[in-house]
Each structure stands twice: as structure tokens, then as C-alpha cells.
Design a protein. Structure first.
Length: 468
């Protein structure tokens, strides 16, 4: 393992400090540290801070999106452009075309017939920008056997024929498609490293065995260098089992999705939470509407909360829900980065009630509710520094401020990325002797960086003391 001494750094607000990274840990911090046997890096006054944690990302979906046809703005603006994109796209090894990021403003609601009009020569599946819906053309419907399928997510016409629209059934649908290996995560890892991200929580629900194995294999091969926490592991006595990468891969709370299209009843939801409890798991619950949040709070009233229970997204939080969230001890993992990417759409399409309760940050923090920030990539922006800016400014694409009272400082937003994966929204990590040497070297002191946060300030990223 490499031993490194970073000299002349800004550490915890003190300039001119050295830090020694040895055997994967921060071994010492001080002035004029010994450099025997160490690589020397001159920080030139730049800050050394802990690596960032992306508390909600979808690793394989992100990698696959980079290999897919972009089917929404700004890459595609109308049906003719979408048809041209699909026609020019490469097929995967099984001859399918995979599209992502579809937005109805391009060509309206898509079903099999509408997709056939755009591209009928090959089987096509297109994912909605929300990630909740796949839309298949007729060739894809036939190949996937949707006509005889019994999954509740398969949407049907009045006569029982499949529409080609499949809701929240990623793993089920994947099992009916030609076998294609999960994409390599090497490119994702490199991108995360460029942003200073040293730890991620993969929030994919019901993680397929093949996906978990592929994540671990990429970690073991050094292709995925970040530490990974998995929410989608099954509810079993030993969900993680043996691992070839040791403590770098961990099991997180159990992911539950409250589908917007079909809300469960409170008793069914509470039974699922109880089952997780019986196996020692907290829960991480996907919740994006006010109705879903009220339902979830009722379920938690029935079963209680334990440390680690968290709400994913909390996209709409009414005033009346803030005190129950605090009283129950829940934490929130949210994505204000959506404001900069979809804010104008939110302004025009959500009702006034939702618009006044959207992607809250300041009011939750002020109520002592732990808040962690994340990307939700590929559905939101991967760059944590852009998310930080969005949390601070809350600007839409065209610069309109959305709920200015929910702004938080750049420092508070950074802290929301510095909490560890096992404690989202908890105490932010600081550079200290004995911690894992998962660090970022910045081009400037932290005070300077926080004035105009930007990923270009990231000079180097270290995981377990190794530059990545």
C-alpha cells in the first residue's frame, strides 16, 4: 500500500498542515511531518476534506444509461428527432434498443402502438425519466411475453391486451429479456472519483443476484473503487453473506417502494416493515407524494421506528408532516438537484400545494430532522457539487428561485454529503487521526471553494489512502 504525505494543506480550517496517509488510514496530522518512505504531494494551500457520500444512486442503471439512447430534452425535442435517434442507435448484443430519460413533451404518452410509429424494425424499450415506467414497442411486447404475463405492473387495454407500458417491474422485466450481462461500473467509478465521491449507497430495490455479484466482482477487480452500501439486498437472516471485498461492501436498510400508481394499504406496508424488523433491518422507503408520506407515517405509527429508518426522496413534505417526522426519529435522503434539472416543469405542472412543499431542506434541518443529500443518478444529476449549489440557490433551469425559504448554506449542503453511509444526515465526518483515508484534495482552501462550489476544484481523490 502507498504511503503519502500531503503537505501545506488547509485541514479543518487550519492552513499549512500536513497529513500522512499510511496503510489505508490517516496516521498523523501536524506541521512538518516526517516523509520517510512516503510519496509527497504539495497541496499548495488546498483543502483536504473527507470524501463525499452519495446517499442514493443506482449504479447499474447509471452505467446502462450511458450506453442507451437519450430520449428526452435537451437531446431530443420532438417525435421526428426521437425516431431519428432510435433509427441511428446501436442494438445491444441481443438486438434490442434501450432508451432512457423519456419525457412526454417529446411525443406524448408512449404505448406499443405509438412506439411502433417511431421505430418498429427492432424490439425497443424506453424508460420514462422518472425511472418508474418502461414502454415497449410491439416487437418487444411479443419477445417479453407480456400478453400472457400476470405481473400487476403490466398495463392493459380494456380488452386485456398489453399496452406495452410496464410499471415498477425492473427485475421482473429483465428476467423476460434476452440475457445481457450487467454493464461494467468502471466508468461510473471514475466519474465518481472525479467528483470526490468515495462512498455510495445503491438504492436499487430488490437487487438481482446477478447485479449484486457484478457489483462485488467490479469491486474485487478494482474497477469500482468506492465503498458501497446496498439497500436492495433480500430480507433474509444473512443478506450479505460472505464477501470477497470485506467491509467495503455493506448491507443497508431494506428498500421499500411506495408506488405512486398504486398505494398499498397501511396494514400491508406495516407488515413489510415488521418483517424487516424481525430480521434486524431498518427500512428505506421510497416516498415522493404527500399521500404516500401520510400513509407511511401512519404505518410507522403502527410499528414504531428504529435507528436507521429513512425516507428516500421526500419530494413533497406538507407542514403538518414535519413534526411527526421529527417525533418518529426518521431521517430524510433527498435530491434538490432535481430543481435545477426539472424546476421549470415542476413550476408549470405541479399544483400549488405540491409547489409549496417541494424538496424541502431548511425546514427539515431546522426541525432537527437529519437530512442527507444525494443524486438519484441516472434520474438526477450525478455531480454532487451541482446538487450542493442547487440546495443553496434552489434555481430552476431558467434561474427562477423555487421555495427560497428552503435554501441552506453551501456548508450545510456539504455536511449533508459528509455524513457516513450508515448514518445519513448524521454528524459530518472530519479529517482526524485514525479515520479511513477516504479524502479529497481540493485546489483551494475550503472557504474559497464554498463561495463558488464546482467539481473543478477537486484535484485528487483518495480511497483507503490510494489515489483513484
Amino acid at each position: 500500500m502507498t504511503t503519502t504525505v500531503i503537505r501545506n494543506a488547509d485541514i479543518n480550517g487550519v492552513s499549512g498542515m500536513d497529513v500522512r496517509l499510511e496503510r489505508g488510514l490517516v496516521r498523523s496530522i501536524g506541521r512538518r511531518l516526517r516523509t520517510t518512505g512516503a510519496d509527497i504531494v504539495d497541496a499548495r494551500g488546498g483543502a483536504v476534506i473527507p470524501g463525499l457520500t452519495d446517499h442514493h444512486v443506482h449504479l447499474h442503471a447509471l452505467a446502462a444509461s450511458w450506453l442507451s439512447v437519450r430520449c428526452g430534452p435537451p437531446q431530443v425535442r420532438g417525435p421526428a428527432e426521437l425516431a431519428l435517434k432510435l433509427a441511428r442507435s446501436l442494438s445491444d448484443d441481443a438486438g434490442w434498443v434501450r432508451g432512457v430519460g423519456y419525457d412526454e413533451e417529446v411525443a406524448g404518452p408512449l404505448d406499443a402502438h405509438r412506439l411502433d410509429e417511431l421505430h418498429a424494425d427492432r424490439p425497443v424499450r424506453v424508460q420514462h425519466r422518472s425511472g418508474a415506467l418502461w414502454m415497449l414497442n410491439s416487437r418487444a411486447v411479443e419477445s417479453a411475453g407480456l400478453t400472457i404475463a400476470d405481473h400487476p405492473g403490466v398495463e392493459r387495454y380494456g380488452d386485456g391486451a398489453p399496452t406495452g407500458r410496464v410499471w415498477r417491474a425492473d427485475n421482473w422485466l429483465r428476467g423476460r429479456l434476452p440475457v445481457v450481462s450487467p454493464p461494467s461500473l468502471a466508468g461510473v467509478s471514475r466519474a465518481l472519483s472525479r467528483f470526490g465521491v468515495t462512498s455510495v449507497t445503491d438504492a436499487s430495490p430488490d437487487l438481482a443476484v446477478e447485479s449484486r455479484a457484478a457489483i462485488e466482482a467490479d469491486m474485487a477487480a478494482g474497477l469500482l473503487t468506492q465503498r458501497v452500501c446496498l439497500l436492495g439486498l433480500p430480507l433474509t437472516a444473512d443478506p450479505l453473506g460472505s464477501s470477497s471485498v470485506g467491509g467495503r461492501l455493506t448491507c443497508g436498510p431494506y428498500k421499500i417502494v411506495i408506488a405512486d400508481s398504486e398505494l398499498p394499504d397501511a396494514h400491508t406496508l406495516s407488515d413489510t416493515i415488521r418483517h424487516a424488523r424481525s430480521l434486524g433491518r431498518a427500512v428505506a422507503v421510497h416516498c415522493v407524494t404527500a399521500e404516500a408520506l401520510v400513509l407511511l407515517l401512519h404505518a410507522f405509527d403502527m410499528v414504531g421506528c428504529i435507528d436507521g429508518d429513512r425516507i428516500e426522496h421526500a419530494s413533497v413534505v406538507p407542514d403538518a408532516c414535519i413534526e411527526p417526522l421529527r417525533a418518529l426519529g426518521l431521517r430524510v435522503v433527498t435530491q434538490p438537484g432535481f430543481l435545477a434539472h426539472r424546476g421549470d416543469r415542476f413550476r408549470h405542472e405541479v399544483d400549488e400545494f405540491e409547489a409549496t412543499n417541494l424538496y424541502r431542506c431548511a425546514s427539515l434541518i431546522d426541525a432537527s430532522i437529519p437530512v442527507a443529500l444525494s443524486s438519484d443518478a441516472p434520474y438526477g444529476p450525478l455531480d454532487p457539487w451541482s446538487v450542493l449549489v442547487s440546495a443553496r440557490d434552489r434555481h430552476s433551469e431558467t434561474g427562477v428561485t423555487i421555495l427560497p425559504k428552503e435554501r441552506i448554506s453551501a456548508r450545510a449542503a456539504l455536511d449533508a454529503f459528509l455524513s457516513p453511509a450508515h448514518d445519513p444526515g448524521g454528524r459530518p465526518r472530519a479529517v482526524s487521526v485514525g479515520i479511513a483515508a477516504d479524502l479529497i484534495l481540493l485546489h483551494a482552501p475550503l472557504a474559497t471553494v464554498l463561495k463558488q462550489p464546482n467539481a473543478n476544484f477537486v484535484r485528487a481523490t483518495y480511497i483507503a489512502g490510494e489515489a483513484v
